[in-house]
Design a protein around this ligand. Structure first.
Ligand code: NAD
Length: 250
C-alpha cells in the first residue's frame, strides 16, 4: 500500500477507543491523523504514536460539529499529510437522560456530534476518496442502537447511533462503485471514560453477569476490528454492522 492517512476523530481521549484505533492503524502501517477538541491532547497523542510506530502522525484541533473547523483540519492534512484513505467516525458523546426528562436542546446536542459531526467530516473527505478510487469509512455506532438504550445511553444516544447505521448503509450503496467501503462497529460495554462509573464495584459484577464471555470489552477489541475493515484486502465487505459486545446482545 502506498502511504495513506487514516483520520480518527475523537482520538485523543486517554483511555478511548479512538486512541487505541489510531495505535492499531499505525501498527498496521497507516499514517494517522488524530482529530479532537483539545489541540494539545491531539498533538501529544500524535507524537506518542509517531515515536512508537515510526509512521507520520498528525494531531489537529477539530470540532466535528463545526463545518469551518472540519474544513480547516482536513485542508491542513491535504497540505501536509499523505492522501486520506480511511476515516473512522469515532467522536461521540453519550446522554443517559430518560425520555420523559430529555430536552430538545439535549437531543440536538447528541445528534450534533454523533450524526451531524460524522456527516460534516465524511462529506468533506469522501470526494478525495472517489477521485483516488479508494476509501474505507468506519462508523462507531453502539449496541444501544440495536437493543434500545443501555447502561449509559438513553433515547437521544440510541436514536443518534441508529441514525449512523442508516447513514452508513446508504453511503455504502452510493460509493461502493468508487472503491470505497462503509461499515459500522457496534460496541457493547467497553471500559473507557464514556462509561463513567458503570464499570465499578457491584454494578460492574451485575453487568458482567449478562455478558456471555464474562468480561467487559477492551478498547483493543474494537480497534482490531476497525483496523481489519480498513485493510485494502477488506474491499468486499461493505454496508455491514459488526457487534463487538461479548455476546451481550445477539
Ligand atoms: P471517549 O469519551 O473516551 O472518547 C470520545 C472522544 O470524542 C473524546 O476524545 C472527545 O473529546 C471526542 N469528542 C467529543 N465531541 C467531539 C467533537 N464535537 N469533535 C471532536 N471530537 C469530539 O469515549 P469512547 O468510549 O472511546 O467512545 C468512542 C466512540 O465509541 C463514541 O462514538 C461512542 O459513542 C462509541 N461507543 C462507545 C462504547 C463504550 O462502551 N465505550 C460503546 C458503544 C459505542
Amino acid at each position: 500500500m502506498s502511504k495513506s492517512t487514516a483520520i480518527v476523530t475523537g482520538a485523543a481521549s486517554r483511555r478511548g477507543i479512538g486512541r487505541a484505533t489510531a495505535h492499531a492503524l499505525a501498527a498496521a502501517g497507516w499514517d494517522v491523523a488524530i482529530l479532537d477538541l483539545d489541540e494539545v491532547a491531539a498533538k501529544e497523542t500524535a507524537a506518542e504514536i509517531a515515536s512508537q510506530h515510526g509512521v507520520a502522525a498528525h494531531g489537529l484541533a477539530c470540532d466535528v460539529t463545526d463545518e469551518t473547523s472540519v474544513e480547516a483540519a482536513v485542508a491542513e492534512l491535504e497540505r501536509s499529510a499523505a492522501p486520506v484513505g480511511a476515516l473512522v467516525n469515532n467522536a461521540g458523546i453519550t446522554s443517559p437522560v430518560p425520555f420523559l426528562e430529555v430536552s430538545a436542546a439535549e437531543w440536538d446536542r447528541v445528534f450534533a456530534v454523533n450524526v451531524r459531526g460524522a456527516f460534516n467530516i465524511t462529506h468533506r473527505v469522501t470526494p478525495g476518496m472517489v477521485e483516488r478510487g479508494f476509501g474505507r469509512v468506519v462508523f462507531l455506532s453502539s449496541v444501544s442502537a440495536e437493543r434500545g438504550g443501555g447502561v449509559f445511553g438513553g433515547v437521544a444516544y440510541s436514536a443518534a447511533k441508529a441514525g449512523q447505521l442508516g447513514f452508513a448503509k446508504a453511503l455504502a450503496r452510493e460509493v461502493g462503485q468508487y472503491g470505497i467501503t462503509v461499515n459500522s462497529v457496534a460496541p457493547g460495554l467497553i471500559d473507557t471514560d464514556i462509561t463513567g462509573g458503570a464499570l465499578e464495584g457491584e454494578r460492574k459484577a451485575k453487568l458482567i453477569e449478562g455478558i456471555p464471555v464474562g468480561r467487559n470489552g477492551r478498547v483493543e477489541d474494537v480497534a482490531d476490528l476497525i483496523t481489519f475493515l480498513c485493510r485494502p484486502e477488506s474491499g468486499y465487505i461493505t454496508g455491514v454492522t459488526y457487534d463487538v459486545n461479548g455476546g451481550s446482545h445477539m
